[in-house]
Write a protein that binds this ligand. Structure first.
Ligand code: B1M
Length: 211
């Protein structure tokens, strides 16, 4: 790992948002690829933080500070990852389901989708089923992406699909799900149209849907 990548990893790991922001700017000034910063520093650092939490070596406030550091860096990367210059290939309503605060992965999916030429309506974390439906109707969306990071909140995903059915807009949208606890099997079980393991495959999946 280059020194800058290593330092950026450490900044997220050490919960230091100011350094994460400075190092991101420095790495970009040196011509480093935004995707490399994401995949080789930010994501591995958050993964490590998750492991420490799991082992009882870090607590929620510390996890949150690392997340803030990662978000500070992502704010700078966002326009670069979203640069595409092509006409929107589809309108995606995106959000993390009710009761779930985790929005880093979902935002990343949103950025990559924007980079892939989609218009993204990002509803943020803790989005109840009716908000998803409302946004689909208001924006005449043809795609919907849901994220859940908790085994206790993935259960809200089928509620969104039911609400789309009840409001008569299920046929209008292809629905994809993602997030660590969900899988293709779960997608099949709840009647979603697809599952994506990461932001890059989410973009590929939505492109396939939009064809
Ligand atoms: Co939370 N948390 N957390 N947390 N947190 C996890 C998820 C956990 C696995 C940690 C652990 O135990 N190892 C665990 C869940 C256990 C489980 O249910 N199986 C957990 C827990 C338990 C909790 C709390 C309950 C802790 C507590 O309060 N006791 C609590 C719940 C709060 C709530 O939501 N109601 C909680 C809180 C938090 C913070 C607020 C402190 C913070 C979130 C800050 C934020 O997002 N704004 C946080 C964090 C940071 C994490 C970890 C460390 C990192 C998550 C992350 O951002 N990863 C996480 C452990 C881990 O994952 N290693 C953990 C980086 C991100 C890029 O990856 O989100 O997986 P990810 O997204 C990927 C893919 O999953 C996929 O693409 C993304 C990019 O490649 N993807 C999609 C995601 N969404 C998609 C949607 C798609 C397609 C693909 O649509 C089509």
């Amino acid at each position: 790992m280059s020194d800058l990548l290593d330092d950026l990893y450490q900044a997220v790991y050490e919960m230091d948002e100011d350094s994460a922001v400075d190092l991101t700017n420095e790495a970009l000034d040196e011509g480093m690829d935004p995707e490399v910063l994401l995949n080789d520093a930010l994501i591995p650092a958050m993964d490590e933080v998750g492991k420490l939490y799991e082992d009882g070596e870090r607590y929620v406030p510390e996890m949150l500070l690392s997340a803030e550091a990662m978000k500070g860096s992502m704010k700078i990367l966002r326009p670069l990852l979203a640069e595409s210059g092509v006409e929107p290939t589809g309108v995606v309503v995106l959000g993390t389901v009710e009761g779930d605060l985790h929005d880093i992965g979902m935002n990343l999916v949103g950025m990559m989708l924007e980079g892939g030429g989609f218009e993204v309506i990002n509803l943020g974390p803790e989005t109840p089923a009716e908000k998803f439906v409302e946004a689909v109707k208001e924006n005449d969306a043809n795609l919907l992406g849901m994220s859940a990071l908790l085994t206790t909140t993935m259960t809200h995903m089928p509620e969104v699909i039911e609400a789309l059915e009840e409001e008569g807009v299920r046929d209008q949208v292809e629905v994809a799900i993602g997030g660590a606890p969900v899988s293709q099997d779960f997608a099949d079980e709840i009647g979603a149209d697809g599952y994506a393991a990461d932001a890059a495959s989410a973009t590929d999946l939505f492109k396939k849907f939009a064809e």
